[in-house]
Design a binder for this molecule. Structure first.
Ligand code: BG6
Length: 487
């Protein structure tokens, strides 16, 4: 196994209190992620105390964890690694109370021996978070601990402000890690590298050269067992006020004075402060046909499973440049792209019919998949006589580096950062509260949901929203497959 470079992992062994341990996120991401981090040697000792509403003991939790790894681990689960991981698992039902929880954490600490730290991972809906915080306080587990809070952080401005205030009664701000897993994605961090490690792009990264931006995250995924959570949340709170706005901030922020948590948060929060309130007229809310008959869904539900919107960042860099955001469930394709459309040349000297401009403006596109890609498209001459132009592109795929195996899954990266006390890729109370503030007009007067067929790109009115531009997806020209290029 590759040796882990020093400083990448935490100094001390960790006890993770995994709250919502038998839930969807825990099974899909957190248990597989913790398994990989421990098996690969990133953490110098780790024990997990699961906490959930389910009445299971340690043995029952091991069965659940094993099933989760078999189903969702993207890496091979060897019997030796599983046996060590399984040993480290324990579970306490929420109803057992603070003493039983404390005893389980103490047992875990004793098993680790020596000095250790605690990480409380709250994978629970926002409404349940405070009860858990109180339980942790009653169990006296605040000392030597950090707390990771899942999004959405509150459901509107008032609830986010109150959640922050109550949280601060128990945990100090430096103990709190508000997670947004999109910021842990390797390609999200690559936006920072791309923008600030090169002299080529930053001079054109503004309203003089950029026409509009699209952040587009359609999902083919349905809701599965998550309807109860989703029905009260919807696409705006689940994806936009969280992930899409955070990505937008990386894309739009000014260069930070350093890559430290404070300067990065300052610049991101300046973007949020410059955002104009979301005008309901610039929003299309959609719901896929059939959603209302799913289990746990109100037959008259107005929850959106799709949303597309235009937002504006009213500062010197971006005034007048529209940012179009779209995301939804049960859509035609699963993609996560940022697409930057450049202004077209002021005048064309190419003959009529040459094809210049016929395939849209030049685009810089980031694919935010784990095996990420980037593409810069431009017009070039078609080989042969005359002057015919074609849309060409320069493309880079992370696979080309040969290091794709080193990519940490977003949750793994962020859990490790929280264990090390590094806030760089986490969101702040101030930023989140401002995002709820710009959301007020939309939350107060949401436009009615429009139906869209599952497997489509959303309701028809999405085209009016971007006109005179067009949605970049579905792509006119597919990405080149790095495995077949040149063959
Ligand atoms: C989660 C949302 O935060 O992000 C889900 O709650 C969504 O609804 C998911 O499917 C998308 O994340 P990823 O990493 O699969 O793109």
């Amino acid at each position: 196994m590759a040796k882990i470079p020093p400083g990448v992992g935490p100094k001390y062994p960790q006890v993770v209190v995994l709250v919502g341990a038998t839930g969807d996120l825990s099974k899909r991401k957190l248990l597989p992620g913790l398994f990989h981090l421990t098996a690969a040697g990133f953490i110098p000792g780790c024990r997990i105390v699961g906490l959930s509403l389910d009445n299971v003991d340690a043995e029952g939790f091991r069965v659940i964890a094993r099933e989760a790894l078999d189903q969702f681990s993207s890496r091979k689960v060897t019997e030796a690694d599983w046996s060590a991981f399984s040993e480290s698992l324990d579970h306490v039902p929420m109803s057992a109370g603070p003493e039983v929880l404390r005893a389980a954490v103490e047992r875990a600490e004793k098993a680790l021996g020596g000095e250790s730290r605690r990480v409380h991972y709250l994978s629970v809906p926002s409404a349940a978070a405070l009860a858990v915080v109180r339980l942790l306080a009653e169990a006296q587990l605040v000392e030597r601990s950090r707390i990771i809070m899942e999004k959405p952080f509150g459901t509107d401005l008032a609830s986010a402000v109150s959640l922050n205030a109550k949280l601060h009664e128990v945990f100090k701000e430096e103990q709190i890690f508000r997670i947004d897993h999109f910021l842990g994605k390797e390609p999200a961090q690559n936006i920072l590298a791309f923008r600030f490690a090169n002299g080529l792009f930053e001079p054109i990264w503004n309203r003089n050269f950029i026409d509009h931006v699209q952040i587009d995250v359609p999902e083919t995924l349905g809701l599965g067992k998550r309807t109860a959570f989703y029905e009260a949340t919807g696409a705006y709170r689940d994806m936009v006020v969280t992930h899409l706005f955070q990505i937008l901030a990386f894309m739009a922020m000014e260069p930070p004075t350093s890559l430290e948590p404070k300067p990065i948060s300052e610049e991101k929060n300046k973007v949020f402060r410059s955002m104009l309130p979301i005008d309901p007229k610039d929003v299309v809310r959609g719901q896929y046909t059939g959603y209302r008959s799913e289990e746990g869904v109100d037959p008259e539900s107005e929850t959106e499973t799709f949303i597309a919107l235009k937002c504006s960042i009213d500062n010197w860099r971006w005034a007048g440049v529209p940012f179009f955001l779209r995301t939804g469930k049960e859509m035609a394709e699963g993609q996560r792209i940022i697409s930057i459309a450049f202004r077209e040349p002021p005048k064309s000297m190419f003959p009529a019919g040459s094809g210049v401009g016929a395939q849209g403006p030049d685009h810089l596109t980031f694919d935010l998949a784990d095996a990420s890609k980037m593409s810069l498209s431009f017009y070039g001459k078609r080989p042969g006589p005359g002057m015919r132009l074609d849309k060409l592109s320069l493309q880079f795929a992370m696979r080309d580096t040969g290091l794709i195996g080193d990519v940490l899954e977003a949750y793994e990266r962020l859990i490790l950062d929280a264990m090390r006390g590094d806030h760089t890729l986490f969101t702040t109370a101030e930023g989140i509260e401002r995002l709820w503030e710009v959301s007020i007009p939309l939350l107060e007067a949401p436009p009615p949901v429009r139906l869209y067929p599952p497997g489509s790109w959303g309701p028809k009115s999405i085209h009016q929203l971007v006109a005179p531009h067009a949605w970049r997806l579905p792509f006119e020209r597919a990405w080149r497959d790095p495995n077949t290029v040149g063959s």
